[in-house]
Design a protein around this ligand. Structure first.
Ligand SMILES: Nc1nc2c(ncn2[C@@H]2O[C@H](COP(=O)(O)OP(=O)(O)OP(=O)(O)O)[C@@H](O)[C@H]2O)c(=O)[nH]1
Ligand SMILES: [Zn+2]
Length: 354
C-alpha cells in the first residue's frame, strides 16, 4: 500500500517510481527524516549524491521530494536525488561567509503571519510578500489576535496591509475564538503544502496547534531509537493536518527575520565588513587580535570610533536575539516532549497497526 499521494505527490512534476519516493519532513545537520505517508525513515545522502552536489542549494530541504532507496525493515533510507522543486524559499547569504540555503521547498502557499494587536510591521510584510513571490509560492497574509481588536482596528490594519500587499489575500484570525479559520482552510486542502513565516510572538505555534488535532499534534515530538539504542527526541518540521493538508513550520523560516537583520548590517556597514575581511583571523572580534585590520583603521582615523561602536551594538543585539530564539526553541522542544510522553503515539504508528 502506498500513501504517497497524501504527501502532495504531483504526477506532472515527479517522474520517478512512486515506490522510491518520499518527502523530507525534518532536516537536522546531515540527518534527514523522510516519510511517504505510510512510514517514516531516517535517511542520509548517498556517496554519489555528495560527490555530485555542486552547491548548498542542491541539498534536501524540508518539503523536498526525494528519490530514495528504502530499507524497510530498518526504517532507514538512502537519498539518491532531490526531485525538481515547484517552489523554494531561499535563505540568502549573509555577507560573504554564509552560503545561500533552501529552508523550505514545494510550498503552494506561504502564510505571512503578523499580529494585529501591536508591532504590525507593514515594511516587513512587504518584504516577505516579495520573498514569497520569488519562491514561487502564493503569499497569504494572516493577521492574528483578532480577538484583541475592535472591528475598526481590524479594518484599519487590513487597509494598511493592502497598500503594501496589492492583490494578496489578507485573513484576520483569532487563535482564541477560531474566527477566520474557515478562510485559512481554503489554502489547506488535502495534498497542498503551506508554510509559516513570521516574527517571534505573532502566534505561529498557537496557529499550528489550533490547526492540528490532538492526536496529530503528537508527531511534533516522538521518541525514536537511534542507532546506539538510546532514545532521542526528534521533532517534525512538516505536519499532516487532520484533513490531509501539509504544514511546514521550520526554524529555518523563523530565522528569516534574523538574517534579514544580518544582511541589513552588511549593507549598512559595508566599510567595516570590508575591513574585517582583511583581518588576519577569519573570526576576528576586533578587540586585541594581532593583524586586526579594523583596529588599524581605528588607530589611523580611517574609521571613526562612533561608527565602530554602533556596529558592535547592532551585532550584540543580533547575537542576543539569536541566543534568545535558540533558548526558546530548546525550551519548546522540552515542553512538547513532556506532553508527548504522556500518550506516546504518532499518526504513522496508528497507520502501521491498521
Ligand atoms: N489573544 C490572542 N492571543 C494569541 C493569539 N495567537 C497567539 N496568541 C498568544 O500570543 C503569544 C505568542 O504566541 P506563539 O504561538 O507562541 O507565537 P510564535 O509566533 O510561535 O512565537 P515564537 O515561538 O517565538 O516564534 C502566546 O501567549 C499566545 O497564547 C490570538 O489569536 N489571540
Ligand atoms: Zn579584526
Amino acid at each position: 500500500m502506498n500513501y504517497i499521494e497524501e504527501f502532495g505527490w504531483d504526477d506532472s512534476i515527479q517522474t520517478i517510481d512512486k515506490e522510491n519516493a518520499a518527502r523530507v519532513i525534518t532536516v537536522q545537520k546531515n540527518n534527514y527524516r523522510i516519510a511517504d505517508g505510510n512510514k517514516e525513515y531516517l535517511a542520509h545522502l548517498s556517496g554519489r549524491f555528495l560527490n555530485q552536489a555542486m552547491s548548498s542549494l542542491d541539498f534536501p530541504a524540508v518539503g523536498d521530494w526525494v528519490e530514495v532507496q528504502k530499507l524497510v525493515d530498518e526504517d532507514k533510507a538512502v537519498i539518491k536525488q532531490v526531485l525538481p522543486r515547484k517552489s523554494q524559499f531561499v535563505r540568502q547569504a549573509a555577507g560573504m561567509k554564509t552560503e545561500a540555503q533552501i529552508v523550505a521547498a514545494n510550498m503552494d502557499t506561504v502564510f505571512i503571519v503578523n499580529s494585529l494587536n501591536h508591532d504590525l510591521n507593514v515594511r516587513r510584510i512587504e518584504r516577505y510578500v516579495l520573498a514569497t513571490y520569488e519562491s514561487g509560492a502564493v503569499p497569504v497574509v494572516v493577521l492574528t489576535k483578532k480577538d484583541e481588536c475592535s472591528s475598526e482596528e481590524v479594518a484599519a490594519a487590513v487597509s494598511q496591509v493592502e497598500e503594501v500587499a496589492i492583490g494578496v489575500t489578507i485573513v484576520p484570525v483569532s487563535n482564541v475564538t477560531g474566527d477566520g479559520f474557515e478562510a485559512l482552510m481554503a489554502y489547506l486542502q488535502p495534498g497542498k503544502t503551506a508554510a509559516l513565516l513570521g516574527s517571534s510572538g505573532v502566534g505561529k505555534s498557537t496557529l499550528v496547534n489550533t490547526l492540528l488535532d490532538k492526536e496529530v499534534q503528537e508527531i511534533k515530538g516522538i521518541r525514536e531509537d537511534d542507532s546506539r539504542g538510546r532514545h532521542t527526541t526528534t521533532h517534525r518540521e512538516m505536519f499532516v493536518l487532520p484533513n490531509g493538508a501539509l504544514l511546514i513550520d521550520t526554524p529555518g523560516m523563523r530565522e528569516l527575520q534574523l538574517w534579514e537583520g544580518e544582511t541589513a548590517i552588511g549593507a549598512a556597514f559595508e566599510d567595516i565588513e570590508a575591513l574585517a575581511e582583511e583581518c588576519h583571523f577569519k573570526d576576528c572580534r576586533h578587540s586585541a587580535e594581532p593583524g586586526c585590520r579594523v583596529n588599524e583603521a581605528l588607530e589611523d582615523g580611517e574609521l571613526s570610533e562612533g561608527r565602530f561602536r554602533s556596529y558592535l551594538k547592532l551585532q550584540r543585539e543580533l547575537a542576543y536575539e539569536k541566543r534568545r530564539q535558540d533558548q526558546k526553541a530548546q525550551l519548546e522542544e522540552k515542553n512538547k516532549w513532556k506532553k508527548v510522553s504522556k500518550g506516546l503515539k504518532s499518526k504513522y504508528k496508528h497507520r502501521n497497526v491498521r
